[in-house]
Design a binder for this molecule. Structure first.
Ligand code: TYM
Length: 320
């Protein structure tokens, strides 16, 4: 019986936000048993905005290696495009989803803003994501805060499908971490740190320590110089609040810190301590691409076996 499922999209270089919001909570949820945790690469979702095929291949390889380096080695790891039931179920779910509810998706509105035309797949993106989830019947979906609305739509689709066609799907629970669920951009702390915007405000998982130090040193704070300047207040002090959140998510504490200089030094040390072991493992794994490919090929084959019967149940329930 599976319990956890989550995927990451190879649409850019992974950031500290991806690690704290998703990869670490995902790693913590692995059990000793096979197939209880299923984690994947949503390469099909990387094609919902204009993409370069060669770059998609490079990013996919980098992400496969990073998932292993982040300690997801006890999970069943797969590529979405290598498990055809994902697209098979997506179409069936499109026959249950309403255009109105897809129009309300924040990510669709944000990615489509100011763009003269968008791909149809950007509109149906949340339905493919619902298929990713429901096919594996997970109890929990660990994600960052920005994916919460998509998992809530998935729950609605599962309830609707079960009520209309019979009890095929488990209704999953969304889980977000207490700290690090929404890591903000260091240079613009009112928007989330994103892998599609590489700039001075994004800490990349493969940034060397001196780059991390420089980015944190330049992080936007405020002009508060009072004795209690180092305190969390999302509205009034977004930059400082974000640094405190990152510090706590990386195992540190802002207690006793009175200056922004001290806060930034503590954040740098905590982030570097979290990234260094991951980067060491990444270098070793990157030297053995055959092993990395093999892990994903075996995991994808296992997921094909596990998901075909679920797709068959859904098809039968719908009258096919
Ligand atoms: P993606 O690739 O944009 O992000 C991967 C994971 O990282 C989380 N995340 C963050 N968490 C905290 N702070 C941030 N700044 C931050 N940025 C990203 C995301 O919430 C996510 O958990 N559509 C998904 C991938 C997907 C998926 C799924 C996830 C496809 N199918 C099924 C769960 C279940 C996405 O593009 O995430």
């Amino acid at each position: 019986m599976t319990t956890t499922l989550s995927l990451l999209t190879p649409s850019g270089r992974l950031t500290l936000g991806n690690l704290l919001g998703a990869l670490r909570p995902m790693a913590e949820r692995q059990g000793p048993t096979d197939d209880r945790a299923r984690y994947g690469i949503s390469d099909l979702h990387a094609m919902t905005t204009p993409h370069d095929p060669a770059l998609l291949r490079t990013r996919t390889r980098e992400l496969m290696t990073l998932l292993l380096a982040a300690g997801l080695d006890r999970a069943t790891l797969f590529r979405q495009s290598a498990v055809p039931a994902h697209t098979g179920l997506a179409y069936l779910l499109e026959c249950t989803a309403h255009t109105g509810e897809l129009n309300r998706m924040i990510q669709f509105k944000e990615k489509g803003r100011g763009v003269p035309s968008t791909r149809c797949s950007l509109f149906t993106y949340p339905v493919l994501m619902a298929a990713d989830i429901l096919l594996h019947r997970p109890a929990q979906v660990p994600v960052g805060d920005d994916q919460r609305q998509h998992v809530e739509l998935t729950r609605d689709l599962a309830l609707r499908f079960n009520a209309t066609y019979g009890p095929v799907f488990t209704v999953p629970e969304v889980v977000t971490p207490a700290a690090g669920a929404r890591v903000m951009d260091l240079a613009e702390p009112t928007r989330k740190m994103s892998k599609s915007v590489e700039g001075p405000g994004s800490i990349l998982l493969l940034d060397p320590p001196d780059v991390v130090r420089r980015k944190v040193a330049r992080a936007v704070t405020d002009s508060d110089t009072g004795p209690d300047a180092v305190r969390a207040d999302r509205e009034a002090k977004p930059g400082v609040t974000n640094l405190i959140d990152v510090l706590v998510a990386c195992g540190g504490s802002a207690e006793g810190l009175t200056t922004y200089g001290a806060l930034k030094a503590a954040v740098t040390d905590a982030v570097v301590a979290v990234l260094e072991p991951l980067q060491k493992r990444y270098v070793d794994l990157a030297a053995d691409p055959v092993h990395v490919d093999d892990v994903f090929a075996r995991g994808s084959a296992r997921c094909r076996e596990l998901t075909e019967p679920v797709l068959a149940d859904a098809r039968t329930a719908m009258g096919l």
